[in-house]
Design a protein around this ligand. Structure first.
Ligand code: ZN
Length: 466
């Protein structure tokens, strides 16, 4: 009998890693993500399976919590074949190289700090380096297109379908034969919302015997995106009219492209007062390039922009400043600059420099458009801090602070239920990638509204399919 074991994203939202073992058949890993936040230490433990015995790695999408441990997997013996959409491969390279760079910088900083205390021997080495990342891309990769099934070996077929979450994201249908009976198991990865500005809608899934589904927002429905866009535009217009500047801390992949789309639309409709927009992030610049290269996978509006302008995101007021000189030159702009920079939670990156230069000015505004985790500088500001310490200097916050919550790349409860309701032959639903209190709520909705059995997967619990 086939089994699935979840080595991550079981009762938590990070570290996605699920092993499907088909009896007398191959061992297939679905995602190999990094644990983040309070779970971070788990990245440093050895895998609870032998990476060299994995035959296939299927990647749902390129977020760090789904791909972040792939170089470690390769370093520890994985030599199998990887399946991912081409866009996922391209975004993964950006994400993994950035992750290696951050770990290297953190290591250097911690080493120096501990050296002063004579404890440098206790500093943890990075999980992997840039060479390990490159080695992952030297393995054999296949790039399935959405909806085209790949027969990966006799009796084993995989189909990637558009998950509408970030560029290249897929939910994966795996069909295998056991005792001559065909079974289909679906792994959702992360599924997106309908009406996303940049991505296409989540595709329907009409057949599944078993479903592993994410439950990040299984307990709630999102605020209306339209209302959030109106609020976002209002802050921009009011601040610029008052000759202030707008700072937007943003994640490089997906949220930045959404923000660019809104600004481009404002520009098109002449809603945007005269200003300069700076995308001040080398990583977001690269990610935007990849989005532009794969524009055929994006929303109709993005495809229309590409057709009309030859580019999805560019317009005359937008300036990319990937290099340091360009970034520094932004400091010379006194008024009416919109600065989009990383990191998304203000834990590092260029946004910190812009905060130092502009948070003190009451004419300026900061717009938070993404989740801010506890313990980050972003969260500290969102929670109402009056002062922040930046580069050993106390800065009084006089800029106005705005939090806009309606942007989300994840399906909410209604969207998850609607998606599952279309699946025929569904025997059981397994909830992963969510916190337990939210999963309990989603489980009862699935059982009551859909009449399907649902189970909250425990870490390393072996689930027998059949
Ligand atoms: Zn994701």
């Amino acid at each position: 009998m086939a089994t699935v074991t979840s080595y991550g994203a079981a009762k938590v939202v990070t570290g996605s890693c699920h092993l499907l073992a088909i009896e007398h058949g191959p061992r297939i890993l679905i995602d190999c993500g990094m644990f983040q936040g309070p779970e971070e230490d788990r990245n440093y433990s050895a895998f609870d399976f032998d990476p060299s015995e994995i035959d296939y790695l299927l990647i749902t999408h390129a977020h760090l919590d789904h791909v972040g441990r792939i170089p470690k997997l390769v370093k520890e013996g994985f030599n199998g074949v990887i399946y991912a959409t081409e866009a996922t491969r391209d975004i993964s390279e950006i994400i993994l190289l950035d992750s290696a760079k951050i770990m290297k910088e953190d290591y250097k900083t911690n080493f120096k700090k501990e050296q002063r205390r004579g404890k440098e021997g206790e500093v943890r080495e990075p999980l992997y380096d840039e060479d390990d990342v490159e080695a992952s891309f030297d393995l054999v990769w296949h790039y399935p297109e959405y909806d085209n099934s790949s027969l990966i070996q006799e009796g084993l077929k995989v189909t990637f379908r558009d998950a509408g979450h970030i560029l290249g994201a897929a939910f994966i249908e795996i069909t295998y034969k056991e005792d001559n009976v065909e079974q289909t198991i679906v792994f959702s990865g992360d599924i997106g919302n309908d009406n996303d500005l940049v991505m296409e809608d989540l595709e329907k899934c009409t057949h599944a015997n078993y479903l592993y589904v994410e439950s990040t927002y299984g307990d709630r429905n999102h605020k209306d995106i339209e209302a959030s866009i109106v609020e976002f535009k209002r802050v921009i217009i009011d601040t610029l009219r008052d000759w202030g500047n707008v700072l937007i801390p943003s994640f490089a992949v997906e949220r930045t492209q959404e923000i660019l789309c809104i600004l481009k639309e404002m520009h098109d409709r002449k809603e945007l007062p005269h200003c300069k927009i700076f995308l001040d992030s080398p990583m977001a610049t690269r990610a935007t390039e990849v989005y532009n290269n794969h524009s055929d996978l994006l929303s109709q509006q993005c495809q229309d922009y590409k057709k009309r302008d030859g580019t999805v995101f560019d317009f005359e007021d937008l300036v990319y400043t990937p290099d340091v000189e360009g970034s520094r030159a932004i400091n010379e702009v006194d008024t009416r600059a919109i600065i989009i920079a990383g990191s998304g939670m203000c834990t590092g990156g260029r946004i910190i420099h812009h905060f130092k230069n502009r948070l003190w000015n009451p004419k300026n505004a900061v717009i938070f458009v993404g989740y801010q985790a506890v313990g980050t500088l972003g969260r500290h500001i969102v929670d109402g801090a009056r002062w922040v310490k930046i580069f050993h200097e106390d800065i009084l916050i006089k800029a106005s602070i705005h939090t806009i919550n309606g942007f989300s790349a994840h399906a909410d409860q209604d969207a998850i239920i609607k998606w599952i309701s279309k699946m025929e032959d569904l025997y059981r639903v397994y909830l992963i990638h969510g916190e337990e209190d939210k999963q309990v709520i989603l489980r009862s909705v699935i059982e009551n509204a859909l009449g399907k059995k649902a189970h909250i997967v425990e870490p390393e619990e072996v689930i027998y399919l059949g």
